[in-house]
Ligand binder design. Sequence first.
Ligand code: ZN
Length: 506
Amino acid sequence: MKTNETLAKLHAIDRECNYLEKALAVLRWDQETYLPELGVEDRSEQLALLEGIAHKRLTSPETGRLLGELGSVPENPRGDESLPEPERDFLKVLRRNYDRAVKLPPDFVAAAAKAEGLSQACWVQAKKNNDFAAFLPHLEAMIGISRKRADYWGYKDKPYDGLLDIYEPGMSSDSISAVFGPLGERLSALLGKIAAKPRPDTSFLECGFDTGVQASFNKELMKRLGFDTRRGRLDVSAHPFTTTLGADDVRITTRYLRDNPLSAIFSTIHECGHAFYELAFSAGLRGSCLADGASMGIHESQSRLWENVIGRSRPFWEGFFPLLKSYFPEQLKSVGIDPFYHAVNQARPSLIRVEADEVSYSLHIILRFELEKALFSGSLKAADLPGQWRRRMKEILGVEPETDAEGVLQDVHWSMGSFGYFPSYALGNLYGLQFFRTLKADLPHFEEDAAKGDFSALHSWLADTIYVWGRRLDPPDLLKKVTGQSLSADPFLHYIESKYADIYGI
Ligand code: ZN
């Protein structure tokens, strides 16, 4: 009886924290989409106040005491063995959140937040002015703060592992290196072979696609993919994202470019993949810290599965190309399915990560992962980053940036101290194809269904095998449960090598 009461109290605290987080998400979503320019100052104050309240609620001594009463301690976060499994998973995640928050001293948190704000503002200018030297002191400060954070949290072997654990619980730099090594070599080789082939003609994409018509198409597309628009909406922002405002309210955004309709289409499909995950956690997880993706990488596996494996497949466009043509009859009048399919799958080495294709994307991540590991092991100094970036970029991708703005300064992550985040993107590609292998064995008619625009069996499969777990399982356990395997690059490499051999006649 006492146990049930203690659990009920912990669930109530967790629910409050969850609702406060969702209120913060509403304010942040609004800031990225509709907030008028001069509203920013007050909005920052509102966010800071609410963040403080949420932090206080989570880290109250009561939370620690209740966790302890159920046997959940740092060495045994899942608590008493007599508790039901879902409750033990709940304790594990709540204990993790609680420990992360209480282990950081309040003055460290305040100083870090201030330094991150200054660093990000400096990065914006440094990128604009191509001035790495101006950003360097901030970058050094961010590395120092991240190392200190890892020290407070604790780690097994390397400080960098402590940072990776925020985004990919259960993964380590060694386990990731073991798969990224062969992945990098084979992708570099594939990219080299593609670069030697003639480029497909994609000039038809640049003939003016009205952005209002694009918006109508993308709204239709998201509905046909299975997005219930009573439970979310599509808006416009500078950088596409997905955010969850409630169990039945998930917002996605995209952006429209007049001379490249594919940009909006694929970011819409990508964000739909995130949204489907967020909208389908089992009823029992509602309003809890378990109603979340297993990790950043597992979340990316969902968005990338929809965007690339499904959205860039031939059966998918056999179904959707006639619809796209009906929206843009003039622009696509003389374009057949073959050139269009080649255009959505063109690959070539490039400098900018966010514009990279399916083949080269993971190579951009491998570069960043190597550099982060070297920065945190002490074998690379921040001051030497630009040179090392250019050298490794040339070796891995075969191209070299002329400026730091399109090299080491291109991404926002390091300016915010988000070290350890990048690997999740490439892990998402690997997890996605590992899941897809099981999915195809379970759903042999998957491709015929995709060509008909029927994704119902796919949605059910994802819900029953992946979404149902929410955050209960860490990535290695979820992979094992769904695929019977541990992390492997083989399914992804097999998929990408055979797909591109076919497209480019290699
Ligand atoms: Zn994503």
